[in-house]
Design a binder for this molecule. Structure first.
Ligand code: MLT
Length: 412
């Protein structure tokens, strides 16, 4: 029998959202007439933008004609027509310049953030904000970069607590770390980091020769002016940061799959002998070996969101979800629950009433209000006593969920 990678045995029983789904299914089996409302996993409910649909239909027709048929996408990066739109609209428009070979089209920020750690040595010291999107931690556990799971977290990882007490602003690590995962606007708290705070992280990374893995999958939801959209708006970030973006939450592509990673050529790693190596070269090498490219049809669907109508349709979609966020925020405020986020992100992070444990609150909501949310403790030790609701539901379900929350008995 082949030996296994025993790091997998350190992982918690199931991936957080798989556990939530398991409990939801079990409840439905036992209560087949219940009308559950899911505000748990951040999966979208609005149909794709009409501009993307039209572009994908046309692309499919091209695939049906031998004169325009296409096989594999260009090696490593993806099609230039999408990369150039990304550079123009997502970066140049924010004063950031990038070369075409610094952008890699992929199939999701989940896979990119999970895979990127592969190009670093196992001994790298990893820091991540806590609570954290479980993919960052689980992929490092699988790679053997952590010890075992204990008391809500893994040993060997530098957790950077983000709680109401510190305004969800992580402190710089005391010692030296090599890889830093930051996600802003944040999943799960929905909070952001000011430009000044982000500058501290870029300074830290440059001084300590660390790499920041910056997930900005939720940037389309930023509504306040002082929030940075890209880490490259911070001077020096092109020497120390890789950025991940996705069309899942921006344009409803969760079931379509398209994203991109920006790996500036100035971000370097070190060999054991102390020689600098370009992460861009390594990522290109990794992608050409392990990924055969996002399909042409999907590229066309993504490129269409940069047209005038595509941009308007995306704004409408984001507006729809952010209206849900306001409905949830107001509803929770009305019943005296303390909330965070929901202004620059589609997630509402709430303090559980009477400090009840996150999974107990999950069961209470499921059993008494037929609402599925996500327990804060599933995102890391600092998520204990918190709970996450998403704004990605249908508006009528969101209104109904708030009505049910208002009828819930919150007495200790
Ligand atoms: C979430 O609920 O946190 C999201 O669905 C995460 C993801 O995009 O994978």
């Amino acid at each position: 029998m082949a030996g296994i990678n025993e790091n997998y045995l350190k992982l918690q029983g199931s991936y957080l959202f798989a556990e939530v789904k398991k409990r939801r299914i079990r409840y439905m089996e036992q209560n087949p007439d219940a009308r559950l409302i899911s505000l748990g996993i951040g999966d979208v409910t609005r149909p794709l933008p009409a501009a993307s649909i039209a572009a994908m239909h046309l692309a499919l027709d091209e695939m049906a004609d031998e004169k325009t048929f296409k096989g594999y996408a260009p090696d490593g990066y993806g099609y230039s027509f999408l990369i150039n739109k990304i550079i123009e609209f997502d970066y140049n428009a924010r004063g950031v310049s990038l070369d075409e070979d610094e952008v890699f089209i992929s199939d999701g920020a989940k896979s990119d953030t999970a895979n990127f750690q592969e190009i670093f040595e196992t001994g790298c010291r990893v820091a991540m904000t806590d609570p954290v999107y479980p993919v960052y931690i689980d992929s490092n556990v699988m790679a053997g970069r952590t010890g075992s799971y204990n008391d809500g977290g893994y040993s060997g990882v530098t957790y950077l607590p983000c709680t109401a007490e510190n305004g969800f602003t992580p402190e710089l690590p005391e010692g030296k770390v090599d890889l830093i995962y930051l996600c802003f606007p944040n999943n799960p708290t929905g909070m952001t980091l000011s430009k000044k705070e982000l500058e501290k992280w870029v300074d830290y990374a440059r001084k300590n020769k660390a790499v920041i893995l910056f997930d900005s999958a939720y940037k389309a939801y930023i509504s306040e002016p002082d929030v940075v959209h890209s880490i490259y708006e911070i001077e020096g970030a092109k020497e120390c940061a890789v950025e991940f973006r996705s069309y899942s939450k921006t344009a409803g592509f969760t079931g379509v799959r398209c994203s991109y990673a920006v790996v500036p050529k100035g971000v370097m790693g070190l060999t054991a002998a102390g020689k600098s190596v370009s992460l861009n070269d390594l990522w290109f090498r990794r992608q050409t070996t392990k990924y055969n490219g996002t399909s042409y049809i999907i590229h066309c669907g993504a490129a269409a969101i940069y047209t005038d109508e595509g941009r308007r349709q995306v704004r409408e979609m984001v507006g729809y979800y952010m209206e849900n966020a306001s409905i949830i925020l107001q509803g929770l405020k009305d019943i005296g629950i303390k909330t965070f986020g929901g202004v620059n992100a589609p997630y509402i992070w709430l303090k559980t009433p009477n400090d009840i444990d996150s999974w107990t609150f999950f069961d209470k909501l499921l059993n008494e209000a037929n609402i599925v949310g996500t327990p804060g403790s599933g995102f890391g030790p600092s998520g204990r006593g918190y709970f996450r609701l998403t704004a990605f539901g249908k508006k009528e379900n969101t209104i109904e969920a708030v009505k049910r929350l208002k009828n819930l008995s919150l007495k200790p």
